[in-house]
Design a protein around this ligand. Sequence first.
Ligand SMILES: NC(=O)c1ccc[n+]([C@@H]2O[C@H](COP(=O)([O-])OP(=O)(O)OC[C@H]3O[C@@H](n4cnc5c(N)ncnc54)[C@H](OP(=O)(O)O)[C@@H]3O)[C@@H](O)[C@H]2O)c1
Length: 407
Amino acid sequence: MTESLKIGLLGHGTVGGAFDELVGGRKEAIESAIGRPAVISGVLTTSIGDFDEILAASDVIVELMGGTDTARDHVLASLRAGKPVITANKQLLAQHGAELFAVASESGVQLRFEAAIAAVVPVVRVVQESFGAVEFTKVSGIVNGTTNFILSEMAATGASYEDTLARAQELGYAEADPTDDVNGADAAAKMAILARLAFHTPVTLDQVDFEGIESVQPDDLAYAKELGLSLKLLGVAERLADGITVRVFPCFLYGGHPLSPIEGPFNAVTVEAPEITEVTISGPGAGGVQTASAVLGDLVSVVTGDAPTHKVQNDLPVLTDVTSSFYLHLEVADEPGVLAQVAKVLSDGGVSVKSVVQKGMGDDARLVMVVHRCLESKFKSAIEEIGRLDSLRSAPRFIRVIEEEFV
Ligand SMILES: NC(=O)c1ccc[n+]([C@@H]2O[C@H](COP(=O)([O-])OP(=O)(O)OC[C@H]3O[C@@H](n4cnc5c(N)ncnc54)[C@H](OP(=O)(O)O)[C@@H]3O)[C@@H](O)[C@H]2O)c1
């Protein structure tokens, strides 16, 4: 009789529990995919199981605990013991990826992590394997479902950020403590991993600049509609002439952008390279059974495939002052000459205006502009100067715009 593949399961929560059920419920399909039966040989939670015993009794370790301390120790011990590891833990990889990949390589075992970036959306496989020999110019994505749900809802209902966040929490799309999702930190961890894979260069979490969606106002979304734009929290990793940039920021997209139609708690990633033009994949960005399905896919790859290489052969600088186009929202006194004053500050600062919408509001007016691509440092200096104009009624608000044309 063929010997079963023994899986040591670390963590039995939302994803671990769903993975256990999938392994039990899909016995025949798994056996057909990997050529032998698979069984869960041991489970570790905070109340059950002993890690050393589970490790000794397993052929492969599936880490679905979360956290970076115990998870790191257990993953390292598993790899050193020559056992392949599958994890869905983005923080672990973003903080300790270099060490973990090095130990996996020394030990000659696989470390797979498809579910860590966009849950069920197979972006790791696409970047590392499908297009493993392509020179990517850009990898951009909606890699946080909570923020995409909130922005989609705000655009559809006109409700405030606070009310929409509360609704997302009621519906289970946002955690009780949503900080890392809404401030962009979760997406930053994912983009650090993706940038490393795409550009074969070390990227640490502290090199990823991130901004969240907490200060987005309903009227930003209303004006965006008038300008034909949609608002997303984007992670962008881009190859530039002098290095790379890896950032997370709320961003307006034109209707033709492939990430523009992605609504609700979905994730999507667009990869670009001259040889492939552009490819976008999308799907649910979280959920127990969805994430567990990606983990199961990694299990099949661990048994049937070779380890993709994690070569970090480049050492590209991570640049922070790059060019962007911006949406700018100003509340000013409704007096003659104010628009000209603002336009002069922008033009003196080397910032050129693409479009303007002006609306009266009693004694005040709103100026909503889109400015052409310019160095971010130039734009921010101009905004500081605009902030000092007497005619300004509240602090300027700005959001990046991606103007790129897609085929
Ligand atoms: N949920 C999603 O939709 C999703 C999507 C993509 C990726 N992920 C990733 O998947 C991983 C698991 O997430 P989850 O939502 O399933 O978490 P969860 O529901 O909180 O479950 C965590 C499990 O790990 C166990 N655990 C935690 N710390 C432990 C420790 N120090 N020692 C032993 N066991 C420990 C917990 O034990 P107890 O049962 O005793 O509490 C629980 O069984 C995380 O890395 C997460 O980022 C989740």
